[in-house]
Design a binder for this molecule. Structure first.
Ligand code: SAM
Length: 245
């Protein structure tokens, strides 16, 4: 379903402290430099309106939160929220999640990766645009520290099950654990806007958290590559097959 463009942020808000553009990033991206301190970092791919980033950055000041959002309009909106709330521990990159994972982030640089309500791309010819592919999941394992967590939530059961199958095939994560639904105490007390929307419509949410194996086999074959231009890749998972064989 086409989404309405979000409201433009107030032009007087300075986004430069919070917004980055992926094509202009240093590769590798030094997280210590980006956040101007050394702290655990968590990544969210597909931030939408940025509820997760802004809520979590406010609640956990000792953790740095990095978002990646492909839509320039949404990335700017999120940056404006982070700037307005003066959150020094959150940044948003406008760009493609796989590109940032694969070509910017070094091995074992993150404590958690969060993917909430990724676009399902229902039509068969669009499915290759899905974020949760085998190659994406293998790079999640590469950038996570041993024991780091990957959170996957969606309202699409088929996408959920397919993603968990892909995760299992990598052999790089422990079996999934279901995440419980938490009671919300106010209108913005949800993990994301899509979680709020889905729950308020009385529809189910599929939630799993996966821990990266401490001694994964084959991880050394998932390689950081700062030279890859994601637009040239065939994202239909052939890359992962060749790199893990
Ligand atoms: C269905 S929305 C969910 C937004 C948010 N996670 C939530 O739960 O409210 C999916 C978001 O992922 C973004 N997105 C889609 N493909 C992406 C990609 N390859 N890299 C980064 N963001 C992406 C879309 O622009 C959109 O904002």
């Amino acid at each position: 379903m086409p989404r309405r463009a979000p409201k433009k942020p107030d032009p007087l808000i300075d986004l430069s402290g919070h917004l980055r553009i992926s094509s202009r990033l240093a590769r590798p991206l030094v997280l210590r430099t980006l956040f101007e301190r050394q702290a655990p970092v968590e990544l969210e791919v597909g931030c939408g309106k940025g509820l997760f980033l802004s809520n979590m950055a406010g609640r956990a000041p000792n953790i740095d939160f990095l978002g990646v959002e492909i839509s320039a309009a949404y990335a700017r909106l999120v940056a404006s929220k982070l700037a307005r709330a003066n959150l020094s521990n959150a940044r948003i990159i406008q760009g493609d999640g796989l590109d940032v994972l694969r070509s910017c982030l070094l091995n074992q640089s993150l404590n958690a990766v969060h993917v909430y309500f990724p676009d399902p791309w229902w039509k068969a010819r669009h499915r290759k645009r899905r974020v949760l592919t085998p190659i994406f999941l293998a790079h999640c394992a590469r950038v996570l520290v041993a024991g780091g967590l990957l959170h996957i939530w969606t309202d699409v059961e088929e996408y959920f099950r397919e993603s968990l199958d892909f995760v299992e095939q990598t052999g790089l994560f422990e079996p999934p654990v279901e995440e419980r639904e938490l009671l919300s105490t106010h209108d913005l007390d949800y993990r994301t806007h899509f979680e709020r929307r889905t729950r308020q419509a009385g529809e189910p949410v599929w939630r799993a958290v996966l821990r990266r194996n401490v001694f994964p086999t084959g991880l050394e074959r998932v390689v950081f590559d700062p030279s890859v231009d994601v637009t040239e890749l065939d994202l239909d998972s052939t890359i992962l097959k060749t790199s893990l064989e």
